[in-house]
Design a protein. Structure first.
Length: 158
């Protein structure tokens, strides 16, 4: 072999070596593609899963009507649909005021009235399922009155 043949052979081998050295490993690309498709499939399944979850049932309730009559301005707190039994408070209410709500069973419906510093006169009335339960009055500066009923039950009795 002549030196020119050796040089040509060496150049050809280097050229082949460079072409395979610069190309990515096809097996690695294939594995990465499969992993990517699997991940996309799982994400797509999670996004497209439209199976409805059961909705929590609302707590059973009874109709309660709170009424505050009189003159002046008051703060009124009452039990409404809150399942945890916390009161709803309305401040600066000009009397008269009336509200019918669905109160949760197992709780005692209550309405409390506090007159403001200017005083006045107020009477609260509590009606459960259309039946009169209690009446109370408040007079003067920061006068207070509370009307409450028995714990509500599901059998229509108070």
């Amino acid at each position: 072999m002549s030196s020119s043949e050796i040089a040509e052979n060496t150049a050809q081998q280097e050229s082949e070596h460079e072409s395979t050295e610069g190309s990515p490993d096809r097996r690695g690309l294939l594995v990465a593609g499969i992993v990517l498709l699997a991940c996309l499939g799982l994400v797509g399944y999670g996004m497209l899963n439209t199976e409805e979850q059961p909705k929590p049932q609302a707590a059973p309730t009874a109709e309660v009507t709170y009424e505050v009559t009189g003159t002046g301005t008051a703060e009124i707190s009452y039990l409404a649909r809150s399942e945890d039994g916390t009161a709803t408070v309305e401040k600066g209410v000009t009397l008269p005021w009336k509200k019918s709500v669905q109160a949760p069973l197992g709780k005692a419906p209550t309405v409390a009235v506090i007159l403001d510093g200017k005083g006045g006169q107020a009477a609260c009335t509590l009606t459960i399922r259309g039946k009169y339960v209690q009446r109370a009055t408040a007079t003067g500066e920061f006068g207070r009155a509370t009307c409450s009923g028995e714990r509500l039950s599901g059998d229509g009795e108070e």
